[in-house]
Design a protein around this ligand. Sequence first.
Ligand SMILES: *[C@@H]1O[C@H](CO)[C@@H](O)[C@H](O)[C@H]1NC(C)=O
Ligand SMILES: *[C@@H]1O[C@H](CO)[C@@H](O)[C@H](O)[C@H]1NC(C)=O
Ligand SMILES: *[C@@H]1O[C@H](CO)[C@@H](O)[C@H](O)[C@H]1NC(C)=O
Ligand SMILES: CC(=O)N[C@H]1CO[C@H](CO)[C@@H](O)[C@@H]1O
Length: 250
Amino acid sequence: MAASSFLLIAAAALLVCPALSLTCTSQTFSENTKFANCTDLPTLKAFLHWTYDPTAKPKPTLSIAFIAPPAKSDGWIAWALNPTASGMVGAQSLIAFKDTNGSVVVKTYNVSEYGPVSESKISYEVLNKRAESSHGEMRIFATLALPSGSAELNQVWQVGASVKDGVPAKHEFSPENLSAKSKLQLVGHAAEKGGSPAPAPTFVPESAPTSVPSAGGPSGNNSGGSSRVWGIGLGLYGALVVLVVSIFVF
Ligand SMILES: *[C@@H]1O[C@H](CO)[C@@H](O)[C@H](O)[C@H]1NC(C)=O
Ligand SMILES: *[C@@H]1O[C@H](CO)[C@@H](O)[C@H](O)[C@H]1NC(C)=O
Ligand SMILES: *[C@@H]1O[C@H](CO)[C@@H](O)[C@H](O)[C@H]1NC(C)=O
Ligand SMILES: CC(=O)N[C@H]1CO[C@H](CO)[C@@H](O)[C@@H]1O
């Protein structure tokens, strides 16, 4: 009985794997684009990949890929740094959407109040930016120049359902939409563990989600978010399966 329910759990977990393992460590990019760090953002099925280069001249740079599904296929996704506050007002934003001519574009917006946004310069120099759309998700790629000494930044992200005449329309104010903000920790983790700077992380294959990063190894640089999510997800799922199996058997 124990063995068979274990098998059942294992089989069921395998079936569910594609959804559960959708963490930033399993996402890859074309054209040899790689990022040193990634985080599974806590809301709106969004992910941030980033490389912070504090030694870049004349200013440190932050290269990012922000990935999220727009609220509807003709909607938009946005990622921003906010140097003055933690929410939307003050957000120096990159918003991607399908422009009136049909191509996916990414434009900058200095969001200074609630209300319609209009394209404008932002307080960070944007060294490059582009966006793409496929399989129901959009991706923003950009490199920003940051003031030196940035260690932690406020980030905000959002998705919306529509774009009218080339202007992203307002998003919903559901709890998940409103809590889409967090701190982006640019430096720290590996240093605390005593690890030396490592190359871009090796992608952990989906079939080996439980591998424990060895001390100083490169696979622990995703700021710890995804394996935790995986663990919790699998744990909850396991509990659910055990529950269902028990109901079934007893
Ligand atoms: C659409 O317009 C953008 C500028 O907003 C331009 O970069 C892009 O090449 C255009 N795409 C097409 C298919 O004309
Ligand atoms: C963004 O908007 C605020 C408020 O209107 C303004 O003070 C600030 O200078 C703007 N930033 C840029 C880079 O234009
Ligand atoms: C990002 O990755 C680099 C190198 O892979 C690592 O040294 C650094 O600690 C990571 N930063 C965070 C915040 O995880
Ligand atoms: C979880 C949630 O409520 N997300 C909403 C965020 O806002 C978009 C529209 O802007 C909705 O379509 C989503 O359902």
